[in-house]
Design a protein around this ligand. Sequence first.
Ligand SMILES: [Zn+2]
Ligand SMILES: [Zn+2]
Length: 106
Amino acid sequence: MEFSDKTLTCRECSKPFVWTAGEQTFYKERELINVPARCTECRSNRKERLGLQRQPITEVVCAECGLTTTVPFVPRNGKPVYCSTCLAGVRVQEEARRPSAAGASV
Ligand SMILES: [Zn+2]
Ligand SMILES: [Zn+2]
């Protein structure tokens, strides 16, 4: 059976796109029953977005020692970011600064 180019409408941007005969053959060979819902542009955009979501790695400079490090989140503006070594120290300091329940200072 011969395929011919089909024009489909993209679910994402509502623009018509061509589902080529070659792609249809590919789908048939893989026994894929769903026709593509998105144009190639939206498909690659989507892939990019999903990739970013999976790995939100941001390169930052540690506010304590100045080393460049990566963190698994996007730091907010103005918020100091520490490397894992300094972060451990900062956490200990914060613990120490917290008034103890007993109030036995001085
Ligand atoms: Zn599209
Ligand atoms: Zn550091």
